[in-house]
Design a protein around this ligand. Sequence first.
Ligand SMILES: Cc1cc2nc3c(=O)[nH]c(=O)nc-3n(C[C@H](O)[C@H](O)[C@H](O)COP(=O)(O)O)c2cc1C
Length: 336
Amino acid sequence: MQDVTGLPFMKIISEFGDPDLYFTEYFRVYEGSRLNPEILSSITCNPSSRPIFAQLLGESINEIVRVCRLLQGHSIAGIDLNMGCPAPRVFKKNVGGGLLKDPAKIKEILLAMKSVIQGRLTVKMRIGFEDDSNFFEILEILKEVEVDLLSLHTRTVLGGYRSIPDHSYVAKAVKFLSCPVILNGNVTSAQVAVQLREETGAAGVMVGRSAIRNPWIFRQIRELQNGEDIFRPSMNDLYEYVTLLLEALKKPDMNDARLVARSKKFLNFVGLSVSPNGEFLHFMRRAQTSRDLLDVCKRFMLEDGLSETFVSLEPYDHLVARPSQETCSLISKCST
Ligand SMILES: Cc1cc2nc3c(=O)[nH]c(=O)nc-3n(C[C@H](O)[C@H](O)[C@H](O)COP(=O)(O)O)c2cc1C
């Protein structure tokens, strides 16, 4: 996930329990674009032994081919095309989710990628732009091009991140395609992951926001699948995670205000399972310094008795994370 799941976060996830596969944040591809060094570091310094796929976001065939060749020199399992990003500044340029409006263009891009990629060619997409009218036409293209894996986020692009995902599209894709289909969208816990896999026939699940909230989720999925008791983190365990995270997010040239803003992006997700009445989010969003932030975390995660209080496995669904709005300058507009 852009600006979130870079190398510092990967290092932490890797300690708490790796997923089977990683996908990088997207490399934006345009005329003369270089490989963003920070994103590239998650490949060159991959802290896990798990395969990593490089994700691209773009539409110019020549430039995509050029960037695929650049990436070929690095240790990647394959290259993934982003056909899901819902940010208007992105889809208005007909990239990311915007590509779903133009199946012919998708075919051209994928055929060109296929001709240069030595590893696997994978696709991350939503079920459509505003509706599902192109869904089967696009699946037909993925089949024809022999894409190696599809990650399907079961919302439309205009559905953003909060519409209700419709996972029946995964079952349809599983039936239609011979490659593995990975289910994505609101996989909030190990129980949900296992249940959705069973219901849809997905080869696996992709977890985004809930991995930030609960970095133990991949370990828990494995435990549940193996019939073992799943690890239940206490509030103290959560505090340990948060301190590691805030330490990992520091950069030598970063002042405290930037560190606070960056940390809040993550704590917005963590906060969804801390206090049901939203108190943690309320105080966290008002913290001005990294010391204030840690004090808020201590209060909600370390105080007496919290070593025996479990973190909620599911997010409290009436609370909302607003990771891109929470900076000190926006405090007056913030509420839980
Ligand atoms: C902050 C943020 C950044 C994201 N960046 C990317 C990205 O770079 N590439 C991508 O394929 N999806 C990206 N996504 C979408 C997620 O991969 C995922 O499809 C979506 O959040 C739904 O899954 P979830 O409910 O498990 O979070 C991003 C989502 C968020 C919230």
